[in-house]
Design a protein around this ligand. Structure first.
Ligand code: LLP
Length: 387
């Protein structure tokens, strides 16, 4: 991603900022489109991973739909050119105003997370004289083997409807004239790198659809969510994700009937490698045991390391040739929190004040999770085709 020409282009911008590799993003999105269309699978982009306008443009142009989790995301998807019919709306706590907004724009479907939510959508749709399409998010109790903060499909998680509530779901669907049942929805977690997790998910989905069909409820859409992980350790070798193997698992293990559609909600895998957080070294503090590199970005710009102890590769892009000796550093931000640390004891070519660092694989859950804590200004973005 970085060469001396790119770095001299980046030097002109005030740090910190997100640097987007638009060509890399486009290649990755295209690879996903090609691999999914081979099986006639439909992809909705999980906008929560990144709603930067340039990113959405690339994704929308590829023909993907949008997976939204708030009224704000539904609005932004519409403004970015996604049609109402290409939007799915998930989330455990949809407000009446958000449901009404989605109804007004005739979205493809609501992914519903409780029996009470079904009743409310039915009521609100009735007031508008509409029929709302709904899919039921089922908690499959499949362990995603990922960080516990980003596991979502276990019985103890707040997401989805547990199996013991499903008879009630069927009764409610039958009694609700303003609901149209389209299918079942699952999402087991994020940053999943063990492909066996997706095989287990397929087995669960097959069981569940059989359960519904035995009760005379036809399923048109099988939505298996997102969760495909990326390689945070080798960003340059993995600009394009192995979507082929991922989709093949669902083709091989999911029991898809001829009339059914299979939907995916990928976020991270589409965008993670497309951005780096670029930050400048402000100060160096040499301790007895440790060297601290204090940089001008903090947990306010990229929260993942502080929140999940997530690993992001860091490079000294002011010394691409590795001309200086390697030294060990804790790379920390300026925020008044001890957890404001991007990496501990990592080796980098010796740093000087003013060096530029690239914190890699920051395109997913990076810019979107930025905060104003400590009254920090909004984070800027710079694009590869504009430097
Ligand atoms: N569908 C649903 C229902 C979801 O909850 C999520 C993510 C996705 C799709 C997209 O998952 P992906 O393909 O991106 O793994 N902030 C955390 C990740 C939170 C994921 C939340 N749900 C992080 O920085 O790792």
């Amino acid at each position: 991603m970085f060469n001396s020409q790119v770095v001299s282009g980046l030097e002109k911008h005030e740090t910190p900022f997100y640097y987007y590799d638009i060509a890399g993003l486009t290649a990755n999105v295209r690879a996903c489109e090609e691999a999914s269309s081979k099986y006639n699978f439909h992809v909705h982009f999980a906008m929560k991973a990144n709603f930067n306008r340039r990113v959405l443009d690339v994704i929308q142009t590829a023909g993907f739909g949008a997976d939204c989790v708030s009224g704000g995301e539904v609005k932004k998807a519409l403004e970015s050119g996604f049609s109402g019919k290409s939007i799915v709306f998930a989330g455990v706590g949809k407000s009446d105003a958000e449901i009404n907004l989605a109804l007004d724009n005739d979205i493809f479907c609501f992914n519903v997370e409780s029996v009470q939510e079904l009743e409310i959508i039915n009521e609100l749709a009735e007031k508008k004289g509409k029929r709302a399409s709904v899919a039921i998010r089922i908690n499959p109790n499949v362990d995603a083997h990922t960080h516990h903060y980003i596991t979502t499909g276990l019985d103890e998680n707040k997401f989805g409807i547990n199996s013991w509530d499903l008879p009630k779901v069927i009764d409610t669907l039958k009694a609700s004239k303003n609901l149209e049942f389209v299918g079942i929805h699952f999402h087991v977690g994020s940053q999943i790198t063990d492909m066996n997790v997706f095989k287990s998910l397929c087995v669960k989905v097959n069981e569940m659809q059989q359960w519904f069909e035995e009760r005379g409820v036809a399923i048109k859409v099988l939505n298996v969510g997102g969760g495909l992980g990326v390689d945070y350790h080798h960003p340059d070798q993995n600009v394009v994700v192995d979507f082929e193997s991922y989709f093949k698992i669902f083709n091989d293990f999911l029991d898809v009937k001829p009339h059914q559609e299979v939907h995916f909600e990928l976020g991270r895998a589409l965008v993670a490698q497309s951005a780096s957080l670029i930050t400048r070294v402000l100060y160096l503090k040499h301790g007895i045991k440790k060297n601290f590199a204090i940089v001008d970005a903090g947990m306010t710009e990229l929260m993942r390391p502080a929140l999940y102890q997530a690993y992001h590769k860091i490079e000294n892009i002011s010394d691409l040739a590795f001309s200086k000796e390697l030294k060990s550093y804790d790379v920390v931000g300026p925020i008044c929190e001890s957890s404001d640390c991007f990496a501990k004891e990592i080796e980098l070519p010796e740093l000087s004040r003013g060096d530029l660092l690239a914190i890699r694989t920051a395109g997913a859950y990076g810019e979107v999770m930025a905060s104003a804590y400590n009254l920090r200004p909004s984070i800027r973005s710079v694009y590869s085709d504009e430097i």
